[in-house]
Unconditional design. Structure first.
Length: 281
């Protein structure tokens, strides 16, 4: 069985020793970019490799980009092979914040043509609650070859977002907290507010009080109400830098609403151009 959206702790535990599987630890902190690596070394799911948001899952920041530009896909393909992942590998990714960072790897792999990738539902937190094992032992890796089949239709540029909003043929969903969306607080970026005409759905709404994804039917009902009759292909997701937006995209896939896209540069790229309008409240 292939897992393409989320995977339960029990399902992952049953495949820890499956040679056709590769697990990735995607823990990260925007406040301390060394925290994820430290947490990994202190204890991770057996066999997991550490994928760093800044080093492997993003390109270097430029004056015209957002905070987490899309990576060099050739370099990422090579890195995936070095990690032992091939095109027939089932990949599972986890973090400690409900999939906010693991969702980035999930989306990147999907854009690279790899469908068999899933986010661990509940992350390492739920894993530990189930009293499943952790280890400090680094995995023994047998390198593989990962071939990228990149689909550049999976994301939009700022210009494409501007044009689509002007033509009123897109729903742009922002995954940031209401305080940041409304411009009441902005702890990370130099400008507060949101893209005019965007709608707000904090990614945390996709999770229940246990940190697990809501049932597919509930997610479907909520997103259908948000996109108001539009097809998923007319939906784009954004956030601060194109990372947590992937969580909403994943939630729509779980809900059976396939085909939405990522505005990869997101808010931190939008505000680089002073001619782009900003809305508040």
């Amino acid at each position: 069985m292939a897992y393409t959206t989320i995977i339960s702790a029990a399902e992952l535990a049953a495949n820890l020793h499956n040679s056709d599987w590769v697990i990735f630890d995607c823990r990260f902190s925007l406040a301390d970019d060394t925290a994820g690596g430290k947490a990994y070394r202190q204890g991770h799911i057996p066999g997991a490799r550490y994928a760093d948001l800044n080093r492997q899952l993003s390109a270097s920041v430029k004056s015209y980009t957002g905070r987490h530009p899309l990576p060099d896909f050739t370099a990422l393909s090579r890195q995936l092979g070095d990690w032992g992942a091939g095109n027939r590998t089932q990949i599972a990714a986890y973090d400690d914040v409900g999939g906010a960072f693991a969702g980035r790897l999930w989306w990147l792999l999907r854009a690279m043509g790899h469908q068999d990738v899933a986010v661990l539902d509940g992350g390492i937190n739920h894993w530990q609650k189930q009293k499943l094992p952790l280890t400090t032992v680094l995995p023994k890796i047998i390198p593989s070859h990962f071939r990228c089949y990149l689909d550049q239709q999976q994301w939009l540029s700022a210009a494409q977002v501007e044009n689509a909003l002007a033509a009123n043929n897109i729903t742009l969903i922002d995954a940031r907290t209401p305080e940041r969306f409304q411009g009441l607080q902005e702890p990370i970026d130099p400008v507060a507010g949101h893209v005019p005409k965007a709608v707000n759905r904090p990614f945390q709404l996709n999770l229940d009080n246990q940190g697990l994804f809501l049932p597919a039917d509930q997610l479907n009902t909520q997103f259908q109400a948000l996109i108001n009759g539009r097809s998923p292909a007319q939906v784009a997701h954004m956030c601060g830098s194109g990372v947590t937006a992937c969580h909403n995209l994943l939630a729509m896939e779980i809900a059976g609403l396939s085909g939405s896209k990522l505005y990869a540069g997101s808010w931190s790229e939008w505000i680089v151009n002073k001619n782009r309008h900003v809305a508040t409240a």
